[in-house]
Design a protein. Structure first.
Length: 191
């Protein structure tokens, strides 16, 4: 009897996008210096207006990722009051490492965002879903299973952070391009 092995199809065009997702309820901040408050009613994280609250995590690039293409980290968040002002979100990441490479865990790369993307304008409304993007991050020489060590902060009290109440983190995401449903080998894209 002949064994049938499913064929992995690679997409030619158009490029599709997907998210690596880190819902606020799934991030456990205790142990971080100045961790955000946990909102009891929702399980989401509240980032203070007068302090720098920090969370951290690791993202591993999936087998469906189009190797070497940009990634776009961003936050989904809400204001907790109907008031004007910008929130200064900061994304820090370590050198993005391929399997077998060493990560110094210095978080030497930093990108700030203070305004939501065009598709989600800030109308100064409590509970309105906003997205703030950190723009594109280059991953030219990276392959599947690359790890991204990241930190996310609200830099409350900074001159660029003018919103005077807590900001609610809904989710931290990383957009990535994909070119297949997966890989034909376990540890390389095409085997």
């Amino acid at each position: 009897m002949t064994e049938i092995i499913p064929r992995i199809e690679y997409m030619d065009t158009p490029i599709a996008w997907d998210d690596l997702r880190f819902p606020a309820q799934g991030i456990n901040p205790p142990g971080q210096v100045s961790d955000p408050d946990l909102e009891a009613a929702t399980g989401m994280l509240l980032f203070d207006a007068a302090a720098t609250n920090v969370i951290a995590g690791v993202a591993q690039m999936p087998h469906s990722w189009k190797e070497g293409t940009v990634i776009v980290p961003h936050v989904h968040w809400q204001k907790t009051t109907s008031a004007a002002g910008n929130v200064l979100w900061r994304f820090e990441y370590d050198t993005i490492v391929n399997p077998g490479e060493v990560s110094p865990l210095t978080f030497a790369n930093q990108i700030d965002a203070t305004t939501p993307v065009v598709g989600t304008p800030d109308n100064d409304t409590a509970g309105e879903n906003l997205i703030s993007s950190f723009g594109e991050v280059d991953t030219t020489d990276k392959i599947i299973s690359t790890c991204i060590f990241w930190k996310l902060s609200r830099v409350g009290g900074d001159a660029a952070d003018t919103y005077g109440a807590a900001a609610r983190l809904v989710e931290f995401d990383i957009h990535y391009q994909l070119d297949s449903r997966g890989s034909t080998a376990q540890f390389v894209k095409r085997g």
